[in-house]
Design a protein around this ligand. Structure first.
Ligand code: HEM
Length: 250
């Protein structure tokens, strides 16, 4: 393929991904809309609270994994425009997690603080869920451009590495939920995906000079850091450097 043909193909893919972006952004709201619709029409089944808990929990986890899949897909397939999907996928995951917590604390436990605390202290499933959500909070709270400017790119990137811990805790939370019913099929799918996504990052890091500086983010310490003339975005979504994938026409 000539350089001009490769350029044209890249531009077509970029345009397509940019066109699809608002569609996918809105599609993330569909599970929520479906819940509202089912609720309004009395179609939430015999246990509506469980249905809401399950749906919001499932979508939060799926979108979290989708967020983590952006960088490997972008780098492996050269789909650079995908970087602009990451932030909204991460934010939607956070929104579903908050709704999940609201369903649990409000609909399930009637905001009974003593009951909520007892659950937190006595049920590992709930303890791990809380931990995942607590570590998600700073990520959700700093997902705006203003927050990135305020923190500075390096601090912000370091903070957002929490997403890996959140993902591990979320899958563990899912495992604990399913372990109660000895129903592990879906858990293995999620755990497998997470292993591949984290494994890819470890391999990528190793290939690009190892882990020196991993916990002191910087141009060599973070696989999301801006490359020369490139762009960077963090695992949960915000872009750190301007997107510059429009190379000069050959
Ligand atoms: C304060 C934090 C959290 C609490 C209190 C909480 C609570 C719960 C509860 C009570 C259930 C249902 C358990 C049962 O039916 O026995 C559940 C299930 C679930 N939660 Fe959470 N959770 C929290 C955070 C999270 C987070 C952050 C995620 C994902 C990112 C998540 C994902 C899930 C999933 C996937 C399920 C299982 C749904 C299914 O059965 O398909 N949860 N959670």
């Amino acid at each position: 393929m000539t350089a001009a043909a490769a350029y044209n193909r890249r531009m077509t893919t970029t345009r397509l991904l940019n066109l699809l972006r608002p569609v996918v952004l809105l599609a993330c709201a569909l599970p929520l809309a479906a819940l509202f619709w089912a609720g309004l029409h009395g179609q939430l089944g015999s246990n509506p609270v469980e249905r809401i808990l399950t749906s919001t929990g499932d979508w939060s986890l799926r979108l979290l994994l989708a967020t983590l899949a952006v960088t490997p897909l972008r780098k492996q397939l050269g789909l650079h425009a995908l970087a602009r999907w990451r932030r909204f996928l991460g934010v939607w995951s956070f929104v579903y997690a908050l709704l999940h917590l609201a369903a649990y604390a409000w609909l399930d436990l009637g905001l009974d603080l003593a009951e909520i605390l007892r659950d937190l202290m006595t049920r590992p499933l709930i303890t791990v869920g809380w931990l995942a959500l607590i570590f998600m909070l700073p990520l959700g709270a700093t997902s705006t451009n203003a927050a990135i400017r305020r923190l500075g790119a390096q601090k912000w990137q370091r903070l957002h590495r929490l997403v890996y811990l959140v993902a591990i805790l979320s899958v563990l939370h899912f495992l604990l939920k399913k372990a109660g019913k000895h129903d592990f099929a879906e858990v293995w799918v999620h755990a497998g995906l997470l292993t591949v996504l984290l494994g890819w990052r470890i391999h990528d890091k190793w290939k690009n000079g190892g882990f020196a500086g991993f916990f002191s983010a910087g141009p060599h310490g973070c696989s999301h850091a801006p490359g020369p003339g490139g762009k960077s975005s963090h695992p949960m979504g915000a872009q750190i450097a301007p997107i510059t994938f429009h190379r000069k026409r050959p």
